[in-house]
Design a protein around this ligand. Structure first.
Ligand code: CP
Ligand code: NVA
Length: 308
């Protein structure tokens, strides 16, 4: 069974193949209306379930459109509307769903839910975000970097802000794709150190630098994300804003990165909190390419999982 659960759980060579496949599929349909079928229809006859326990715009729409472009069919399910939300076990849900569909994508809270789903499903399972990681997003980000700047290997990526689930997948990617990664943020919001250690064990240069202006020197890519994630309690909002204010990505900070540095944000953004509109809409920003590339890279991930 070929699941796509995290970037550190798929071979580095397969990850590179996924990026290459995504770029060629994107090029092959350049300019076509979004509803046009791809010339290849590798998902012909396949049914894909998209399960959401949290809100989504990009993940939901890009997976749905991607499956349809490849000839498959989708059903979008809210976790709360399934028996899953009313006490049916994840294991039983996985076994049942596997009798109806050929692939399951799930966005959930606890990583344990994803892992249990994968353990008991007899069809591939894709991680569409958990509290801990967001691998599809970072595959799109690596693709976007490489489209604009060539290989990401050896480049310097700087994350400014909360050490959250999106950062964690960047740490996985640093180990697998071989780029340097600097985290800059307040100590209480540090990522789990295990993510950093694992990337270091794979040879990536991963550091924590508390001063954002020092951190971004020499950066080829500056990344941030929301200061309050979907799994964070709203009661923590004010404290987090106070802790993170100094890590806002603004024009002054971007000016300290390399002149051709890119700026990324997985979106949704809170404009003028974690990043200013000047940066988000400015010359370094590739945020909408990132969003588009979710579509292309997830098509390649689904093909990888299904072996088609
Ligand atoms: N970036 C991302 O995953 O966006 P959605 O929450 O809209 O899916
Ligand atoms: N860190 C954010 C990412 C949203 C795509 C969250 O988990 O809410």
């Amino acid at each position: 069974m070929t699941h796509f659960l995290d970037i550190n759980k798929t071979d580095a060579s397969a990850l590179c193949d996924i990026i290459d496949s995504a770029i060629s599929m994107k090029q092959a349909r350049a300019g076509a209306p979004k509803g046009t079928a791809d010339a290849d229809q590798p998902l012909d006859g396949r049914m894909v379930a998209l399960i959401f326990e949290k809100p989504s715009t990009r993940t939901r729409v890009s997976f749905d459109v991607g499956v349809r472009q490849m000839g498959g069919q989708t059903m979008v399910l809210s976790g709360a509307d399934m028996q899953l939300g009313h006490g049916e076990t994840i294991a039983d849900t996985a076994r049942v769903m596997s009798r109806y569909v050929d692939l399951i994508m799930i966005r959930t809270f606890e990583e344990a839910t994803l892992l249990e789903m994968a353990e008991h499903a007899t069809v591939p399972v894709i991680n569409g975000l958990t509290n801990r990681t967001h691998p599809c997003q970072i595959m799109a980000d690596v693709m976007t970097f490489e489209e604009h700047r060539g290989p990401i290997k050896g480049k310097k990526v700087v994350w400014s802000g909360d050490g959250n689930n999106v950062f964690a997948s960047f740490a996985h990617a640093a180990g697998q794709f071989g780029f340097d990664l600097t985290f800059t943020g307040p100590e209480p919001l540090d990522p789990e150190y295990g993510f950093l250690e694992e990337a270091r064990a794979k040879g990536a240069n991963v550091v924590i630098e508390r001063n954002p202006h020092v951190a971004v020197e020499g950066a080829d890519l500056v990344v941030t994300d929301t200061w309050v994630s979907m799994h964070d309690p709203q009661s923590a909002r004010e404290r987090r804003h106070n802790q993170l204010r100094g890590y806002q990505v603004n024009a002054e900070l971007m000016a300290k990165a390399n002149p051709d540095a890119l700026f990324m944000h997985c979106l949704p953004a809170h404009r003028d909190d974690e990043a200013t509109s000047e940066v988000m809409d400015g010359p370094h920003s590739v945020i909408f390419d990132e969003a588009e590339n979710r579509l292309h890279v997830q098509k390649a991930i689904m093909r990888h999982c299904l072996g088609v």
